[in-house]
Write a protein that binds this ligand. Structure first.
Ligand code: BG6
Length: 469
């Protein structure tokens, strides 16, 4: 950005989307942007889309308008952004193309890399030579690297481009209001927080059972699998929020350091990924009457990769608060029932008074993600016979947040607030946590099991069960 431009038009900003014709942009990024604009965010925005496809301004504007409409985003600001949107065909692995893209930007610049990780790396290498306008923010999609070493190398490369606070590593779960509610729930309620520790908690489960299958994403997913796609990113971010110590503020520095500290203390249970992980892949089946082919028969899948569509790992968090409490993280596709929740199971009471019968369920705190709800499972000797315990569930359901997750992520980018983005060292740490599991699986030390699409996850599936306590 030239200094003249900054003075004459201080609030102008550009969002440059690389990989703009792809699925992520249409399905998540643009709808999120639309809602943000409709609510008055993203003022004076120039939206530039770019990819190697031979689109023109009109086709791009149509894509933007359709995505905004799908999110019911309307209003003057929304229309203005559609009208002013520009499309530039470019190959981001070519220096002159990158220069052309940067020249088209106005005001403060944010570059969103909706690209394959390897292409992102190539583009960043070139940008290090080309140079970036001052203040440029870089927004990177997951996966961030392919292992701890490559994530570290990418951090170094990004560090040559902009300061860490201008790098936004997206984890859209951090943009979900219920996920952030974990912080409010834990640290604004004395009653709960005082019980959230190894003395009272038996185990914590973070579950992402999806009924969706591959949905045409083999190009990405077959190289990732459930462990990398969900656990290395989303599940560990949620674990961090559930297990971290209270930050003194929600400012980026305090909040991200609290998360980082607890992730540094997290590892595979007993350092034994063979015993405490399991993996599986779906075969042909049916979900809600919809027939699904076997994963290996999906278009673009290479069966030889042995990609898992279900992953489960038991982790330990080695802190005073959590030592000895198993954290089970699990993610699977093509399962019978959608279930995205964190479940905190409390230990049994040390003694249930003689005379009270029917204790058969521990008390639990459950946080549902999408749909968003909070449930507390308790035992009461309520209705009927007062000596017989009855399980009850208290429930609160929430409307979604004002902004969808990508809207929240982009708001952080426009506001220059990296609180909800993953800090560089944390991205590396999350790879460090899952790497022993990936290695054990690569060496075939853990069998790749199969389940028909539409199955319920069963405890009969071989290990891991909960470690004994
Ligand atoms: C994405 C994963 O990050 O998260 C997908 O790549 C997964 O495989 C999705 O389906 C789940 O997110 P959400 O917002 O639908 O719960």
């Amino acid at each position: 950005m030239t200094p003249e431009l900054r003075e004459t038009n201080p609030r102008k900003q550009t969002l440059l989307i690389l990989g703009a014709t792809g699925d992520l942009t249409a399905r998540l990024l643009l709808p999120g942007l639309g809602v943000l604009l409709a609510g008055g965010g993203g003022e004076q925005l120039l939206l530039i889309g770019s990819s190697r496809d031979g689109w023109d301004d009109n086709r791009w504007r149509q894509r933007v308008a359709d995505s905004f409409a799908a999110a019911d985003a309307t209003g003057a600001q929304v229309d203005a952004v559609v009208r002013g949107a520009r499309y530039l065909k470019a190959d981001v692995t070519v220096e002159s193309d990158l220069r052309r893209l940067l020249d088209a930007c106005q005001g403060d610049v944010a570059i969103f890399f909706a690209l394959a990780p390897a292409v992102t790396v190539q583009a960043c290498r070139l940008l290090a030579d080309v140079g970036l306008p001052e203040g440029t923010r870089l927004v990177l999609e997951k996966p961030f690297g392919t292992d701890a070493a490559s994530a570290e190398a990418l951090n170094d490369l990004l560090g040559r481009l902009v300061p860490e606070d201008q790098v936004y590593r997206v984890d859209h779960y951090l943009g979900m209001s219920t996920v952030l509610n974990i912080v409010g729930l834990r640290f604004a309620n004395r009653m709960l927080e005082s019980a959230l520790n190894a003395e009272h908690v038996q185990s914590i489960d973070i579950v992402f059972d999806e009924s969706l299958a591959l949905e045409g994403r083999a190009g990405y997913y077959d190289g990732a699998g459930a462990l990398v796609d969900m656990i290395q990113s989303h599940s560990l971010q949620i674990l961090a929020l559930l297990a971290m110590e209270a930050p003194s503020t929600l400012e980026a520095r305090d909040f991200r350091e609290a998360k980082a500290a607890v992730l540094r203390a997290t590892r595979v249970w007993a350092d034994d990924p063979v015993t405490w992980s399991r993996r599986a892949r779906y075969t042909a089946g049916e979900i809600d009457g919809r027939p699904l082919p076997s994963y290996v028969d999906e278009e673009g899948v290479d069966p030889g990769r042995n990609t898992e569509t279900f992953a489960e790992v038991i982790l330990e968090v080695n802190t005073w608060r959590w030592a000895g409490v198993p954290f089970r993280v699990r993610a699977g596709k093509a399962l019978r029932r959608l279930c995205k929740e964190a479940v905190i199971t409390f230990k049994q009471p040390p003694w249930v008074p003689v005379g009270l019968t029917g204790y058969d369920r521990p008390d639990r705190l459950r946080i549902g993600f999408d749909p968003d709800w909070l449930r507390v499972d308790l035992n009461i000797n309520g209705p009927g016979d007062p000596s017989v315990l009855d399980p009850v569930t208290m429930e609160a359901s929430f409307k979604p947040g004002d902004l969808p997750p990508y809207g929240e992520v982009l708001k952080g980018v426009f506001d220059g607030d990296p609180t909800l983005s993953v800090r560089g060292d944390t991205a590396v740490e999350c790879w460090r946590i899952v790497e022993p599991v990936l290695a054990a699986w690569r060496d075939d030390q853990v069998p790749l099991q199969e389940y028909p699409a539409g199955s319920a996850v069963s405890d009969d599936w071989p290990a891991p069960q909960q470690p004994a306590r």
